[in-house]
Design a protein around this ligand. Structure first.
Ligand code: ADP
Ligand code: MG
Length: 709
């Protein structure tokens, strides 16, 4: 390790007042081993010189040549490598990482070179400074002399060829000081030790050579060597950086150094990230998808399509407009399903369903039943739709009918009218064989009940919100029943009667009902398939009081229990969408600013430590790694929390629209939201770190240690 210092100049530029020429025309050569003292009064430039030798400070003139190569030709990485591999620093204030153990402080020097302590290097380094029993002690619980010895052990562990000590005994009593000097003296047998001191007595006692400075100039050199320094062969420089695990550990140690500030920052970031997640969840709202989500949640077994009618009070009307055969066929082919069935209505709202007893009593509940729909249940109808036969069988002739369980419950509550008698209906079997009729005078017909079908009407999941109180069979009043029937006819299947194959032809031949028409096209629903309803453009998104047909011509509309209420959600979400962007932008800006403020705070908090790491040879990249780990941990934790909150928010938002229904899913927090949230979080954190980090890395290590601007 041959060092040649040539006409070295260092000028501190002062913004106010005259510049300080800290070093003037300094020249000397240093040998490979021995203990060299640089002596001088305070302020004469000793530290400046030492820092330049150690590569943690720059200079303004002259040159420092290390192993034949000018330090001026070193790039930033070369300098890092030089500090890392060749130089050990011991400062007046020992500059240990106080919160870490003795062992950790010493092994860190190794780890900065990506080396692990396999052969007990740390132990022997500690032993050589007489501290082998203190390995696990925290540094802030050591005496001054012990700390200084840790600092020396730390400098020693990488077997530096050059040990630079800046007033290493300055803070110690003379006895402890002597111990340190003896230690350094012993070490100087095998390496070059440069000690800066103002203690002439010690210098004369321990030094092999004394270079004395005054006002930045050499005034004496006890053993000037002018020997021509030959260029040694270059030793392979170690450039590997800090291991990730170690950087992670150091970073993790920094996270909660300032818990209150961290908590505030966490809160702000939490709000922002959550808002981003929730905003995009709402943004991704799509009524088609919402319908399917909700159908899934409601455990629906069939699609039910009607023809979109007019718009009333911003709601698609739930009336049952006519659909022609052509339209129904088109709809089926658009759906592209294996099975497609039509539900026929017999005179809208005018059908009556009960045993007719000669006269129609206007006040009779039978008057208001509005059973006016039939569907041909043939072939594998039950299995295709996932329905079950609760009792009996499917109809086989045009005078037979199977009833949905919904209607069975109606009879169970109100009884079956047989003339003036009312028979109790308690079991499914009680209803089998009974006669029921379509009460529409135009197409009056009687049927024998052959079976009861479970059409999967789940009040709690599907229709709770529609019924005020209990459904249908809860009330004996005709008006209530009428109301409930209005509600349940939404997808029509639960309120239809099931007739045999070919019944429709029979109906056409025998009755001339001007109102008979297709009111629903149904198909088995086997879980979300957005494609299917996308083809159909089930709804238009605009329906500001205009007829839907104005916007989409032949619109069909999916009628399920979800559909009834989804219009409200539609309007609310469009309002939220409009303002969410601004809210998100604002909070993101706020959190980036605050995060930046927080990061600069934490960086200045640990500036000294970072400076020490730099002096020990940590490269800029190592520092970036450590800070990235620190804030990475913060970000991951915040992100995880925000995700949980956002998911909960989405659930609550869904619930808000369906306060009385249990099953409705309009929006879902999904992968896309998580990705967007993560992207925003990472960029916000990166943006927050960027400025303070660039500032920090732009500084010379010496300025970082001294915490200079
Ligand atoms: P010593 O270590 O011998 O006490 P220094 O090398 O620290 O002396 O300082 C030498 C001179 O340079 C002093 O006059 C000091 O005030 C000045 N100096 C040191 N560092 C700075 C700095 N960063 N900015 C301005 N002046 C400085
Ligand atoms: Mg000094």
């Amino acid at each position: 390790m041959a060092i040649v210092v040539k006409k070295l100049e260092k000028i501190y530029k002062e913004k106010r007042g005259a510049d300080v020429r800290a070093l003037k025309d300094i020249s000397f050569n240093l040998p490979d081993t021995g203990m060299i003292f640089i002596l001088g009064k305070s302020g004469c430039g000793k530290s400046t010189l030492l820092n330049i030798l150690g590569g943690i400070d720059g200079f303004d003139g002259g040159d420092v040549i290390i192993d034949g190569k000018s330090i001026k030709d070193y790039g930033a990485t070369d300098l890092d490598a030089y500090r890392k591999a060749y130089v050990g620093f011991v400062f007046q204030e020992n500059n240990l990482l106080d919160r870490e153990s003795v062992k950790a402080n010493v092994s860190l020097a190794l780890e900065l070179q990506s080396e692990r302590d396999n052969g007990g290097k740390v132990f022997s380094a500690l032993e050589s400074v007489g501290l082998k029993d203190f390995a696990d002690r925290k540094c802030n619980r050591l005496s001054g002399g012990q700390k200084q010895r840790v600092a020396i052990a730390r400098a020693l562990i990488k077997s530096p060829k050059l040990l630079l000590c800046d007033e290493p005994t300055g803070a110690l009593d003379s006895e402890t000081g002597a111990e340190i000097f003896n230690l350094l003296k012993a070490l100087s047998k095998s390496r070059l030790v440069v000690v800066v001191s103002h203690d002439r007595e010690s210098a004369e006692k321990y030094g092999d050579r004394i270079i004395e400075l005054k006002d930045g100039e050499i005034i004496s050199d006890s053993l000037p060597t002018d020997a021509e320094i030959k260029t040694e062969e270059k030793t392979e420089k170690k450039r590997k950086g800090l291991r990730f695990t170690r950087a992670f550990k150091i970073g993790a140690g920094y996270v909660a150094v300032r818990p209150v500030r961290m908590a505030i920052c966490l809160l702000i970031c939490l709000i922002t990230f959550t808002l981003v997640g929730v905003a995009d969840t709402v943004y991704a709202y799509d009524r088609d998808r919402a319908l399917l989500y909700t159908m899934d949640a409601q455990d629906s077994k069939c699609y039910a399509f009607g023809k979109a009618d007019i718009v009333e009070n911003n709601r698609l009307a739930m009336n049952l407009p006519k659909m022609s055969y052509d339209e129904a066929e088109e709809l089926c082919s658009l759906l592209n399903v294996e099975r497609c069935d039509y539900i026929y209505g017999m005179g809208l709202g005018f059908g009556h369903f009960s045993e007719l007893n000669g006269s129609l009593d206007k006040n009779d509940w039978a008057e208001n039943t509005r059973i006016d729909k039939y569907i041909e249940a043939y072939g594998s109808f039950l299995t295709d739709y996932g329905y079950t036969l609760l009792s009996g069988r499917l109809p086989e002739t045009v005078t037979e009918v199977a009833l949905p369980e919904f209607l069975f419950n109606f009879f169970k509550t109100h009884g079956y009218k047989d003339g003036s008698k009312v028979l109790n209906i308690n079991s499914y079997a009680d209803l089998l064989g009974k006669t029921v009729s379509i009460a529409n005078p135009v197409c009056h017909q009687s049927f024998t009940v052959t079976g009861i079908i479970d059409t999967n009407f789940v009040y709690e999941k599907q229709a709770k919100v529609l019924f005020e109180g209990a459904p249908v069979y809860g009330s004996a009043s005709g008006a209530d029943f009428s109301n409930d029937m209005y509600n349940i006819r939404t997808d029509a299947i639960h309120a239809s009667i099931f007739v045999c194959e070919g019944y429709n032809e029979y109906f056409l031949e025998n009755f001339n009902d001007p109102y008979r028409e297709i009111v629903r096209v149904i198909a088995p629903y086997k879980g979300s398939d957005k494609q299917k309803i996308e083809n159909i453009r089930v709804y238009t998104t605009q329906y500001g009081g205009k007829p839907v047909s104005e916007e989409c011509g032949n619109c069909y509309h999916l009628v399920n229990y979800a559909a009834v209420i989804i219009n409200d959600a539609d309007r609310t979400f469009s309002v939220i969408k409009k303002y969410a962007v601004y809210a998100v932008a604002l909070t993101v800006v706020i959190s980036v600013l605050f995060f930046s403020y927080y990061v600069s705070g934490t960086i200045s908090e640990k500036r000294r430590e970072i400076g020490i790491l730099r002096a020990m040879g940590a490269s800029r990249w190592d520092i970036v790694k450590i800070l990235a780990c620190e804030h990475g941990i913060f970000t991951v934790v915040t992100l995880a929390l925000s995700t949980v909150i956002a998911v909960v928010c989405a659930v609550l938002l869904n619930a808000a629209f369906f306060s009385s229904a249990t099953e409705a899913v309009l929006i879902k927090f999904g992968i896309r939201q998580f990705v967007i949230m993560s992207a925003v979080a990472l960029s916000a954190v990166a943006a927050g770190i960027a400025v303070p980090l660039i500032k920090l890395l732009g500084k010379k290590p010496v300025d970082v240690i001294a915490d200079r601007k």
